[in-house]
Design a protein around this ligand. Structure first.
Ligand code: NAP
Length: 484
């Protein structure tokens, strides 16, 4: 199967924070892969911007090293790196000062799409927008890409939205959540709205419950200070898990267009019930031989932030009343695995008798590793031993289903950056969505602070705290095994 690559018109992409971790690990390798695929015309340019005093060649060297270290694509031909580096430029700019802005604005070519990627600390998002405007770069051809975190509560998110709105129209603001760029997440919409099979069953009458799990094996790494201020609730639930929940739960939009999709997602967030403290478990990983505990990693012995969270969430609308959503995310868990599992109800009656057992269908959407989907269906166990039933997965691993191309599933950033250039906001969060998500999250966090709640400890390499098992067991259900 050969996928069609439609080149985009020549564009300029300015990466503020072009020398930073995200740019080197994700943004630059993603652009390189799009270049290899033929999607970037030769005249397109990528301009790194940061305070470091670098020449163009020194920045090109950084880009070359980033590609050597982080590019995983197999389909780039020899010599492509050199050709890609020809597209790279660098400007020494200070987001908070006046240095470099004139040089940057002189580089801009009028009339072509111009994207400014804010891959810098969130405190610089506002100053960057202001300076782009002040230096005449916030015109109709411009768009900005804003990284997470988008605020740390409703008030700060509102303030940031207001600042950005002073200089850019909402249609020019791309708030990125890279989970939305994952191939499987988009496939979730294709499966739901491109097939007759699922949508009639996609409601509380047929779905028993839904589990969303994002499990990591790593700890907080070098991000301790940031993490202690955020915790898993702000870092993962308010954005990534909430976005997955929205895509699973939303009504079919009238068309696959940015505002139609985002209107439906917003309705889901607004239909979320408040979460009682009894329906949330927070955890911090403990120490193991040779590895320190969470408080040590975030360098705060009194840390009250969480590295794990599990919660039961209810959506009060006609489709979902009565079907709980269980969300779970954490660090230092037993495997790196992200999935959404839609667990259907058991058949109302078994014609095969009690000995055949009760069976249920499960649709699993795997985000990582092995992006793909499984549908567990019940069949007869082969052989002459009577009508014994077993559950087998109908496997749609992209690598197998799509052949060689499936093995090379594009990274989320590739898709999302090209959407920015094409001007398609469907997979980006709108300002009101982000605010609604904070409006739901804030009271939960405030409750912890007011009551002085502390997370419980859990063993690294486990599935999280025991209390998280109890959270779901008491509803007569159990978590799916975390495995990669
Ligand atoms: P980082 O490694 O600390 O890089 C920060 C970049 O900003 C550097 O290139 C730095 O270069 C530049 N910078 C700092 N102050 C500046 C100023 N006043 N003017 C212009 N440039 C300035 O940070 P990062 O990890 O790449 O993260 C960047 C953003 O992405 C953050 O908002 C983060 O929350 C978000 N994010 C990161 C990841 C990740 O995996 N890293 C994941 C999701 C979201 P100079 O020092 O040379 O100026």
């Amino acid at each position: 199967m050969v996928s069609r690559v439609i080149p985009v018109d020549p564009f300029d992409l300015v990466i503020f924070g072009g020398t930073g971790d995200l740019a080197r690990r994700k943004i630059l390798p993603a652009l390189f892969r799009r270049f290899c695929s033929g999607q970037m015309e030769d005249e397109s340019r990528i301009i790194g911007a940061a305070r470091s005093d670098l020449t163009r060649d020194e920045f090109r060297q950084i880009v070359a090293e980033a590609i050597a270290e982080f590019n995983t694509s197999k389909d780039c031909e020899t010599g492509t790196v050199e050709a890609f580096l020809e597209r790279i430029d660098y400007v020494n700019v200070d987001a908070k000062g006046e240095d470099g802005w004139k040089e940057l604005s002189d580089l801009m070519i009028p009339g072509r799409v111009r994207a400014f990627y804010f891959s810098v600390a969130p405190s610089l998002f506002g100053p960057l927008a202001e300076r782009l405007h002040a230096h005449g770069m916030a015109d109709a051809d411009s768009r900005i890409v804003v990284e997470k975190p988008f605020g740390r509560d409703l008030e700060t998110a509102r303030a940031l939205n207001a600042t950005l709105a002073q200089h850019f129209d909402e249609s020019q603001i791309y708030r990125i959540d890279h989970y939305l760029g994952k191939e499987t997440v988009q496939n979730l919409m294709a499966v739901r709205f491109g097939n007759m099979l699922f949508e009639p069953l996609w409601n509380s009458q047929y779905v028993d419950h839904i589990q969303i799990t994002v499990a990591e094996t790593v700890g907080v790494g070098g991000r301790g200070e940031y993490y202690d201020r955020s915790g898993a609730m702000r870092d993962m639930v308010q954005n990534h898990l909430m976005q997955l929940l929205c895509l699973i739960a939303m009504e079919p939009p009238a068309k696959f267009d940015p505002d139609a999709v985002r209107d439906e997602k917003l309705k889901v967030i607004r239909a979320l019930d408040d979460v009682e403290p009894a329906n949330i478990v927070r955890g911090q990983y403990g120490a193991t031989k040779g590895a320190q505990d969470y408080a040590h990693d975030v360098e705060n012995p009194r840390a009250t932030s969480e590295s794990f969270i599990a919660m039961r969430v209810n959506i009060s609308n006609w489709r979902w009343a009565g079907t709980p959503f269980y969300l779970r995310t954490g660090k230092k868990l037993k495997a790196r695995s992200s999935e959404i599992a839609v667990i259907f109800k058991e058949t109302p009656h078994s014609i095969f008798g009690a000995e055949a057992g009760r069976h249920r269908n499960i649709l699993t959407i795997r985000l990582q590793p092995n992006e793909g989907m499984d549908l567990d269906v019940t069949i007869k166990e082969p052989g002459p031993g009577g009508m014994r039933l077993i559950d087998v997965p109908l496997d749609m691993t992209f690598a197998e289903a799509l052949g060689p191309e499936g093995e090379d599933v594009p990274d989320a950033y590739e898709r999302l950056i090209m959407d920015v250039i094409r001007g398609n906001q469907t997979l980006f969060m709108r300002g009101d969505e982000v605010e609604a998500a904070w409006a739901w999250t804030d009271p939960i966090i405030e409750g912890w602070e007011t009551r002085g709640d502390r997370p419980v400890s859990y063993e690294p390499g486990s599935s999280g705290p025991e209390d998280a098992l109890v959270l779901i067991h008491r509803d007569g259900r159990r978590w799916r095994e975390i495995r990669s």
